[in-house]
Design a protein around this ligand. Structure first.
Ligand code: ADE
Length: 377
């Protein structure tokens, strides 16, 4: 059980291992509060390898909090295109505005104040406070829950909020104790020899979860700095711990995707400001799997005159809570010609923008759900 496990014995082997084995990652070069914040938001539910290039490009385009606060929605969504969970970047932007207005452009160093910012929960608040400011705060994500459940052979469901709370409390007490004992804290920025660094400790926990005590498949116990301290290993329980409640089954939705083509331009539609993929662009689409003739009538009702129709390949996209099962059609429509005034009005109501491949690539954020049809542009 985590409750009665002595955590102090874990520190030395863990931090020593990390200093030898830490990966070189772009956000580790210069861990300013802004850099830590952007990287930690990107890393939520997203693999390190996938994040690296996005992070570098994002920081180059928006190098500080003021640039992010002033950034237009379509621009920051484009920088996030393909990363998924787009509410993360919407919240990041909203919080940047909040920091400019309420905190004079300085990202707070206090855990409780950080929690008041949009999109910042206990994990991100702890990560910013510790990684950027060397505050003794824990940053507990799924990786940390897993490695601590394993080392202490705790078979509580790690998805249970009370286990997270307990883990946070234990780690906070440990970090505070270590900082007080060694005199290391934000004052010496963790640089003093022999001093304790919350930054190193928290990153080391994450790194152990990513490289050694991995989530899928068997952990690499042979190279683990806790190999002799790990109860799950000793009791041969690493395949049963962590215990995790099964996620709910995903809802399945059928969709018909339309690539409405006018010359070399394809129609796009901006999604509503709220809900799934809010504010991103999409190919026009309808619920259900429509037949060719239904699509032709639909396109007519949208104010366009179809000339040719072609079925494209089917595709499936999996979100966290829903699956889209898509069929698709390419529909060539008559060039810019609206036969009647009524058609023109209908087309205006659809609020489509027509953009060629280059314009789409440069300006319009199209989520990965539609990636299968990008090649058909
Ligand atoms: N996963 C979450 N945060 C991370 C970080 N700062 N470095 C590496 N992996 C992470």
């Amino acid at each position: 059980m985590l409750q009665e496990y002595d955590l102090t014995q874990l520190i030395q082997p863990l931090c020593g291992w990390f200093l030898q084995n830490a990966r070189k990652l772009p956000w580790r070069d210069d861990p300013t509060p802004y850099h830590v914040w952007v990287s930690e938001i990107m890393l939520q539910q997203t693999r390190v390898e996938a994040v690296k290039n996005y992070y570098t490009r994002f920081i180059k385009a928006l190098p500080d909090i003021s640039a992010l606060a002033q950034c237009e929605e379509d621009v920051y969504l484009k920088l996030w295109e393909g990363l998924g969970y787009y509410s993360r970047v919407r919240n990041l932007h909203a919080a940047a505005v909040q920091v400019m207005e309420e905190y004079d452009g300085r990202i707070p160093d206090d855990y409780g104040t950080l929690l008041k910012l949009k999109g910042i929960g206990s994990y991100t608040a702890g990560a910013i406070a510790s990684l950027a400011y060397e505050k003794p705060e824990p940053a507990v994500d799924g990786n940390v829950l897993r490695v601590l459940a394993r080392v202490s052979a705790d078979d509580t469901d790690i998805m249970n909020p009370s286990f997270r709370k307990e883990t946070e409390q234990r780690l906070r007490a440990l970090l505070q104790y270590c900082c007080e004992r060694t005199g290391s804290n934000e004052k010496n920025n963790g640089q003093e020899a022999g001093s304790f660094s919350p930054r190193v400790f928290n990153q080391a926990l994450m790194e152990l979860g990513a490289l050694v005590c991995v989530p899928n498949g068997a952990p690499n116990c042979e190279i683990c700095p806790w190999k002799d301290l790990c109860r799950a290993r000793k009791m041969e329980l690493t395949d049963r711990i962590p215990v995790r409640t099964k996620k709910k089954e995903r809802r399945k939705e059928e969709k018909t995707i339309l690539l409405i083509r006018d010359g070399d331009k394809i129609a796009l539609h901006k999604r509503p400001a709220k809900g799934l993929l809010a504010g991103l662009y999409e190919f026009p689409n309808k619920e259900g799997h429509l037949s060719e003739s239904q699509v032709i009538s639909l396109v007519r009702s949208m104010g366009y005159s179809p000339l040719r129709i072609k079925r494209l390949t089917d595709s499936v996209h999996i979100f966290s809570h829903v699956e889209w099962h898509m069929i698709a059609y390419s529909v060539l429509v008559e060039e810019e010609a609206f036969a009647t005034k009524e058609q023109k009005q209908r087309a205006a109501m659809e609020e489509l923008v027509f953009a060629d491949a280059k314009e789409q690539k440069e300006h319009y954020a199209l989520p990965s759900a539609f990636a299968a049809y990008r090649k058909d542009i």
